[in-house]
Design a protein around this ligand. Structure first.
Ligand code: NAG
Ligand code: NAG
Ligand code: NAG
Ligand code: NAG
Ligand code: NAG
Length: 278
């Protein structure tokens, strides 16, 4: 009797330990990147009942951007072993139709995908310039895993991103920004004038914009938090509507080093067609 009990509790323990491991999530994000590269609108381990969303609209996975083969200049993923989720940034500047796409994928306890949620941006969207996205992303030097002894906790990484959004409706919030800090927004880069300065703090943050519906993927090994949310005020034509938006924050020693954003508009360029994004 004893050996059997021992064996079964051992195997249970190993199941629990391997649940949603980093290597499992890494395989999943690689499979997503491969599917989007090939234009194959399916993924391994979809739950029977999963939801596929682009820019806050549920779609049939077969009719979304996943059905179109894209060539990437860059793909970057993070992995959240606690929430069993992945986040991927895809930059596709050299397609006939350029895109920058942020996608989070959420698994259930059976390691089946229940949600594929993307912010898909292209030429009609906020500050969009995929060529700029490729270029500025390529000169960023600090996206490696953070050395084991220097990692922030999940809470600290997430809090840095939260402070950034909290500040939009509370002027008392201090955003923990590093020097240097740079923001890549659609394709525009706040660091272009001075790569060694804190150019995330451009001053003049609004004080009355409450970002809604925050959804997180946190990877403390990478020091990155991805936050999907709704951004009211972004689309000047529909200022009350929270626009589909994703911000990815790289955090080092509690301070924001980089921000990558993609913001989808309802109206052309969110109602700011003449804007000089640079
Ligand atoms: C799963 O299916 C049930 C009904 O069969 C539905 O009510 C629910 O919204 C579905 N959940 C998701 C995440 O699609
Ligand atoms: C994704 O990026 C990795 C390097 O980070 C690269 O080796 C791989 O080829 C890329 N995949 C695609 C489909 O572009
Ligand atoms: C897009 O970004 C590239 C690289 O920074 C820049 O050369 C180009 O002028 C930008 N295009 C527009 C339309 O702003
Ligand atoms: C605004 O932020 C400050 C500083 O973090 C905090 O003490 C205060 O409670 C916040 N106010 C509201 C209304 O959330
Ligand atoms: C860039 O910013 C750094 C840090 O704020 C400052 O020391 C330096 O003088 C700036 N360089 C230029 C060219 O403005």
């Amino acid at each position: 009797m004893l050996p059997t009990i021992l064996l079964s509790s051992l195997s249970l323990a190993s199941v629990a330990l391997s649940h949603c491991s980093r290597s499992f999530l890494k395989q999943a994000s690689d499979a997503y990147v491969a599917a989007q590269a090939a234009g194959t609108p399916t993924l391994p381990r979809l739950a029977d009942n999963f939801t596929y969303i682009e820019n806050d609209k549920p779609l049939d996975i077969k009719t979304g951007v996943l059905a179109t083969a894209l060539k990437f200049n860059s793909n970057r993923s993070i992995h959240d072993t606690v929430q069993c989720a992945t986040f991927t940034e895809l930059i596709a500047a050299d397609n006939p139709h350029p895109y920058v796409i942020h996608t989070r994928i959420v698994f259930n306890h059976a390691e089946r995908i229940t949600l594929v949620d993307s912010v898909v941006t292209d030429g009609d969207d906020w500050a969009f310039n995929a060529t700029g996205y490729v270029y500025w992303n390529s000169i960023e030097t600090s996206w490696d895993p953070i050395a084991a002894g220097a990692r922030d906790s999940r809470a600290v990484v997430q809090a840095a991103g939260d402070a950034y959004f909290d500040r939009w409706n509370n002027v008392s919030v201090v955003i923990p920004m590093a020097v240097p800090c740079a923001r890549l927004e659609g394709g525009a880069y706040t660091g272009r004038g001075n790569l060694t300065a804190n150019t995330c703090d451009i001053g003049g943050f609004p004080s009355t914009i409450k970002v809604t519906n925050r959804r997180y993927v946190v990877d403390e090994e990478m020091g990155v938090v991805s936050i999907f949310m709704g951004f009211p005020g972004l689309d000047r034509t529909y200022p009350e509507r929270p626009m589909p938006d994703s911000h990815m924050f790289r955090v080092e020693k509690g301070l924001i080093r980089y921000i990558h954003t993609v913001s989808a508009c309802q109206s052309y360029h969110c109602g700011m067609p003449q804007q000089d994004w640079e």
